[in-house]
Design a protein around this ligand. Structure first.
Ligand SMILES: O=C1O[C@H](COP(=O)(O)O)[C@@H](O)[C@H](O)[C@H]1O
Length: 257
């Protein structure tokens, strides 16, 4: 089922597997279309169960080489500030699921620094460095107009690593911030902020499962972005909510038509 609301387009798939497979197909098409139009494309990846399942489906898709992987810039919406080889790293999970299996240009894979990287155990320095990476790859302003940004969300309403009622949710200037004391482990992260998220041409909010239903419904009822950060994620041209039936269970027809 597909509907459109003020919050964006809502597409509901039958279950989490179909959601991940269909989103992988969309992603391949969107990136191939962007490359056909402009020569290159950019994507912002997320972690989480659904975010990584999408990448697994891309890896195994017979259509995956419709994307010219060498002409793709890859970014992350957030990452966990842990050592590079920690299984909790969104970057590591994405490499294992997809990036190690396709011919990406390593220089165009823009990971956030880990806690054992060049900035040591200083998440503020890692965040500032990532802001410089964004600025260096942007053609207009301090943040690229990413073709597609994939974001997950938490049952309490976080997206990227912007958690409810935290300094990151109030950030209006910086594009990337360090996040500490996260309610969901690991506690220290690096995250894009709303100003950076809203530079994306298309934002895809992808989630599955009953634990996400209340947050999805609250966003569509008009909750504010400080208390429910996922409500503040939107693209300049398109915001898509890609859900399974369980995550969409709190939406009524009247909320999303
Ligand atoms: O901590 C995080 O969680 C979200 C959602 O993950 P999920 O497994 O509950 O779907 C994810 O999008 C984010 O990138 C990650 O750091």
């Amino acid at each position: 089922m597909t509907t459109t609301s003020q919050t964006g387009e809502v597409v509901v798939h039958s279950d989490a597997d179909v959601l991940a497979a269909a989103t992988a197909a969309r992603l391949i098409t969107a990136l191939a279309d962007a490359q056909a139009a402009r020569g290159s494309a950019s994507v912002v990846l997320t972690g989480g169960g659904t975010g990584i399942a999408i990448l697994e489906y891309v890896r195994h898709s017979p259509a995956r080489d419709a994307v010219d992987w060498s002409r793709l810039d890859v970014f992350w919406g957030d990452d966990r500030f842990v050592p590079a080889d920690d299984p909790e790293r969104n970057e590591r999970q994405a490499r294992e699921a997809l990036l190690d299996h396709v011919p990406v240009d390593r220089a165009r894979v823009h990971a956030m620094a880990p806690s054992d990287g060049e900035f040591g155990d200083d998440p503020d320095a890692a965040a500032a460095a990532y802001a410089r990476v964004l600025a260096a790859t942007a053609t207009d302003g301090d943040v690229p107009a990413f073709d597609v940004m994939i974001l997950g969300l938490g049952g309490e309403g976080h997206t990227a690593s912007i958690f409810p009622d935290t300094p990151a949710a109030h950030e209006t200037e910086r594009s990337v911030v360090a996040v500490r004391d996260c309610p969901k482990p690991p506690p220290t992260r690096v995250s894009l902020t709303f100003p950076a998220i809203r530079r994306a041409t298309e934002v895809w909010l992808v989630t599955a499962g009953a634990a996400k239903a209340d947050a999805v419904a609250a966003a569509h009822r008009g909750s504010g972005e400080i208390a429910l950060p996922v409500a503040g994620a939107r693209g300049t041209e398109r915001t898509r909510w890609l859900l399974d039936t369980e995550a969409a269970a709190g939406l009524s027809w009247s909320q999303h038509v």
